[in-house]
Design a protein around this ligand. Sequence first.
Ligand code: ADP
Ligand code: MG
Length: 282
Amino acid sequence: MKSLESKSLVLLRHHLKALRLPTIGAECEKVARRAASDGVDHLSYLLQVTELELLERERKAAERRLKAARLPSLKTLESFDFSARPSVNRVLVSELARAEFIDRRENVLLVGNPGTGKTHLAIALSAAACARGYRVRFHRVTELVTLLIEARDERALLGLRGRLAKLDLLVLDELGYVPASKVGAELLFDVISTAYERTSLMVTTNLPFDHWTEVLGSERLTGATLDRLTHRCQIIETKGESYRLRDAKARIRKPTASVGAGPQEGSIQPPHGGMEGGPRTR
Ligand code: ADP
Ligand code: MG
């Protein structure tokens, strides 16, 4: 009896492997023992193991999507201090985290001075979109422009454009730090106009709209780019002082304020300790 059981188990594992059901293969014995002791019927047992397989598949797919998004670090909305940035509408950000704007093919523009949390919010919203099943890719604009120029030189532009077209959300971080070359600006415009009403764009920029010509070169291109980007678009303004600067000032102020405070002195942590670290999970 015992040897028959183990023979069936070997066969079952083989079949499950052929059917690509690894989680059921790993869990079936354990769940079967529990089902037998709880008096669970066959159909409920089958339901339990298939549920485990599905959950594990979804978890792995979310992990793959997050990796494919190539976020520069992992920031979360939980670690974003909204009280430090009153111009940012918390309700709107929570709504964007539900990613319905992606279904509506709307764009998101984050505008504000350096260090005011634009990239932090873009990363957190990208991660939220990945978790909800959307295909996301994060690019710094300068990096994407370089990739586009290289692809064009190598006659591989069609492939790159094809990969971008498969995305649900394309993040363009730091538009405006470096003026694009004429070719670069045109290739970038091509990406933006191809995405129009097909792929959502999330753009972060430190440039007010009336300065975009300085980066994109021509008035015509700037007008056309802004026209596409801002049509059906949510705008978040991160007004105020740089968070990094604020943080640094707080660190300088604190030691004097806490003179004689004892062993804590000199070990003051930033208000959101660990955010500058490497990738973190939610
Ligand atoms: P920007 O993209 O606007 O230049 P970042 O998003 O890179 O700014 O922010 C700079 C640093 O400050 C990052 O480490 C970010 O996590 C942190 N930061 C900015 N704003 C906030 C905030 N409101 N709450 C928590 N951390 C913040
Ligand atoms: Mg930034």
